[in-house]
Design a protein around this ligand. Structure first.
Ligand code: AMP
Length: 142
């Protein structure tokens, strides 16, 4: 398996070199909105420590990220009046991974509404800003 590449786009976001619509941060994890959401409120949860995917992440960091994903999922149910939440996590190209810093997708779902295809459409900045504010508030309350 290739080694971790610190030039990947999520590493740049974690270092503050690129902007993101942040919804949560603690000492070991960071969460922000996907800019090409598969449904409104689609968020990504990352470990801060470098990890390419499930194959090299430490079990402690992976467990922490899943705990944060659970917290984000519960908040997303309230913030977006969702009927359910889909969690996804892809590993290597063959597993559907495109960005090579481990991340968990948290996608709020409405009954009968299909997810958009991956990376189908870039959401408007004002919509992302509004949704990030709503989700961050629900996480903080949660
Ligand atoms: P994957 O590696 O298959 O889980 O997909 C990477 C995800 O990152 C896709 O859902 C993209 O829409 C999303 N994405 C790519 N660039 C950015 C970015 N700058 N900010 C937020 N999300 C992004």
């Amino acid at each position: 398996m290739p080694s971790y590449d610190p030039k990947n786009i999520f590493a740049k976001i974690l270092r503050g070199e690129l902007p993101s619509y942040k919804v949560y941060e603690d000492d070991k994890a960071f969460a922000f909105l996907d800019i090409m959401p598969r449904a409104p409120g689609h968020a990504l949860v990352l470990p801060k420590a470098p990890a390419r995917n499930v194959f090299d992440v430490s079990p402690d960091d992976f467990a922490h990220v899943m705990g944060v994903a659970q917290r984000v999922a519960k908040a997303a149910m309230k913030a977006f009046e969702a009927d359910g939440v889909t969690l996804q996590q892809f590993n290597e190209g063959a597993g559907g991974q495109v960005v090579f810093h481990l991340h968990v997708h948290v996608i709020p779902r409405k009954t009968g509404v299909a997810m958009k295809p991956p990376a189908a459409e870039k959401e408007k900045p004002e919509v992302l800003a509004r949704n990030a504010k709503k989700l961050a508030a629900a996480i903080a309350a949660g």
